[in-house]
Design a protein around this ligand. Structure first.
Ligand SMILES: [Zn+2]
Length: 111
């Protein structure tokens, strides 16, 4: 067992429940944690795995935020879905969607 490089006195123990936040998505990864100060160290391999998963989910190296203006129609407020998202999700334009509000965010789920 080696000592913690942060507090110098704690013991480094292995753990499988490090929670890490990547762009609002939470990943549970393996690594080590100091039993004294609680500092967590993610295994390098695990970190790589997380990046691989993030890439597969399209969360990595991609601009997630697209800016669009809302427009008004006679029936209410209209949001046009950007063409690249439309392509990526293979939208035909007749899908049912569920719209929910999370704080100041609007989440659109394709059902
Ligand atoms: Zn420590």
């Amino acid at each position: 067992m080696k000592n913690c490089p942060i507090c110098k006195t704690g013991k480094i123990i292995s753990t499988e429940d490090i929670i890490t936040d990547l762009d609002g998505y939470f990943f549970v990864v393996k690594g080590t944690r100091c039993d004294k100060c609680g500092e967590e160290f993610i295994d390098e391999q695990e970190g790589q795995k997380m990046i691989t998963i993030a890439k597969r989910m399209g969360l990595w190296g991609q601009q997630l935020k697209l800016h669009r203006k809302l427009s008004k129609s006679a029936r209410g407020t209209v949001l046009r879905i950007p063409i690249d998202i439309e392509k990526e999700l293979h939208l035909k334009g007749n899908e049912d969607v569920a719209i929910s509000k999370v704080g100041r965010k609007i989440v659109i789920e394709i059902e």
